[in-house]
Design a binder for this molecule. Structure first.
Ligand SMILES: NC(=O)c1ccc[n+]([C@@H]2O[C@H](COP(=O)([O-])OP(=O)(O)OC[C@H]3O[C@@H](n4cnc5c(N)ncnc54)[C@H](O)[C@@H]3O)[C@@H](O)[C@H]2O)c1
Length: 331
């Protein structure tokens, strides 16, 4: 049994704590959040200790691993505190918004042989994973192009936008990771465009963009194209196409049911898409957590690492630079 403390009882912390509590090889020891009521309600519901001090939760003797679901600027110090004590970490993305700080942290994690998994949950989504498996099995031959569409249903509140680090480091970072993963080769060149079409005044205020495109190319010429928007009126739009020398793989959106309706007003009408990431990636968060615990319990390599976090952040930084300079950037 792996004793786990979940740090952060917000949107993502709730998901992780619930998944830890349901895993047979783990025990949810504590939920820590500086807001006592948040920690208490989540910990109470799951039979764990509520704590307001994240560092004290890491230091507990009965805690062997931590899950970091706190705001991004807290990730590095919590991660390093755990690694210095030889404890394993599942850390939410991104490592940090700053590349220099992230590099320094990764250097220490690696020097101490720290076991840190970066929470790129989409790799564990069953259709995404089936896509990667199909590529590995040679079903589409050599991958030539990966096209990723990822659009949020609605613009996040201003407070979220203010602290997000911008669309590329906050939102696109998932797609940059999936792009690298599906291409199977590191991008060496990146071009990005950013536009302010949903809420120009808000985006201007925070020097951010609500609509973005990224194109990446690998050394052998494989291409990846990412489409993002903070607002799609029809819901959370998550689609991927992988095109290769022997065929194509297409991953469509999910709906609550597969029901299709034909009436006087519409044909082939289907239900709206699953609303947002908590619903769309529910299975993926659980599979991610299960993979983390399985790797710890069986002493296997972690499926994603701090290097994945660093590489995705580097690509996000290149996207910002490309938008600012209007140039293609060498990664
Ligand atoms: N992988 C994903 O799909 C995904 C989705 C959402 C968020 N995230 C990441 O998870 C992290 C948390 O995001 P969220 O949406 O759950 O945020 P949130 O605001 O809903 O929750 C954060 C929690 O941390 C607590 N907190 C605030 N300051 C703290 C501090 N200094 N130390 C410890 N805890 C503190 C808050 O009380 C809150 O309960 C972010 O890094 C974000 O990028 C990842």
């Amino acid at each position: 049994m792996v004793g786990i403390a979940v740090l952060g009882a917000g949107r993502i912390g709730k998901i992780h704590a619930t998944n830890v509590a349901s895993n047979k090889s783990a025990r949810l020891i504590a939920v820590a959040d500086p807001y006592a009521s948040a920690a208490q309600s989540l910990a109470g519901a799951l039979g764990a200790d509520a704590m307001t001090d994240c560092e004290a939760a890491i230091d507990r003797n009965d805690v062997q691993a931590i899950v970091i679901g706190t705001p991004t600027h807290t990730h590095i110090s919590l991660m390093l505190r755990a690694v210095r004590q030889g404890k394993a970490v599942l850390c939410e993305k991104p490592i940090d918004l700053d590349m220099a700080k992230s590099l320094e942290a990764v250097e220490e994690v690696e020097r101490l042989n720290g076991r840190v998994m970066l929470a790129f949950n989409r790799r564990f989504e069953s259709t995404f994973a089936a896509m990667r498996a199909a590529i590995d099995a040679g079903e589409v031959g050599e991958v030539r192009q990966v096209i990723i569409t990822s659009r949020d249903p609605g613009l996040a509140p201003e407070d979220y936008i203010r602290h997000s680090g911008g669309i590329f480091r906050d939102m696109t970072i998932h797609d940059l990771d999936i792009g690298r993963w599906l291409l199977g080769e590191e991008p060496v060149e990146l071009t990005a465009m950013g536009s302010r079409l949903v809420d120009p005044a808000l985006m201007e205020k925070y020097d951010d963009y609500d609509t973005a495109m990224v194109q990446m190319k690998t050394a052998s010429g494989k291409q990846c194209h990412i489409n993002n928007c903070r607002n799609a009126v029809y819901g959370y739009d998550q689609r991927i196409e992988v095109f290769g020398s022997k065929g194509m793989l297409l991953q469509d959106n999910l709906r609550p049911t597969t029901l299709r309706r034909w009436t006087q007003d519409a044909t082939d009408a289907r239900e709206p898409l699953l609303n947002f990431f908590l619903e769309r990636y529910q299975q993926a968060y659980k599979a991610e957590l299960d993979a983390f615990i399985e790797a710890l319990a069986q002493n296997k390599p972690l499926p994603t690492t701090v290097q994945d976090g660093l590489k995705a952040l580097r690509l996000a930084d290149c996207a910002v630079e490309s938008v600012n300079t209007g140039r293609a950037i060498r990664v």
